[in-house]
Ligand binder design. Sequence first.
Ligand SMILES: [Zn+2]
Length: 128
Amino acid sequence: MKKWGFAGPDKCYLCDQLAESRDHIFSTCVFYITTHKQLFGQFTSFLPRSWEDNLLWATRKFGVKKPCALVGRLIWQSHISHILRERYRRAFGENGKTTETLVSRVQSEVRVMVQDPVLLEKYWAAAS
Ligand SMILES: [Zn+2]
């Protein structure tokens, strides 16, 4: 995150255990791993080793124009977004949410998106 110009402590805001980096936040952070498993664990045992690995996996897995891939992509994108929001929430001194709360918010957000025909059409049209 420091490479992106964000000041902060040396330790990750999400786990408070290891040094914060993009690769850590989106692959090896226990907070990320826990939420990733809760969201994708019943479909795959894949765990990313880096941000690039995560992005490549998502592109291969969800980069096709199929309804199930579209839902997977929405979950993946929402998960990444919520991880960042959780990181900022903690960085600005707010209380951290639990992994269960984050997963519940991702699921609720995606549920709303797939139930809205206008939004769904927009996401479907954007799918490659
Ligand atoms: Zn961490």
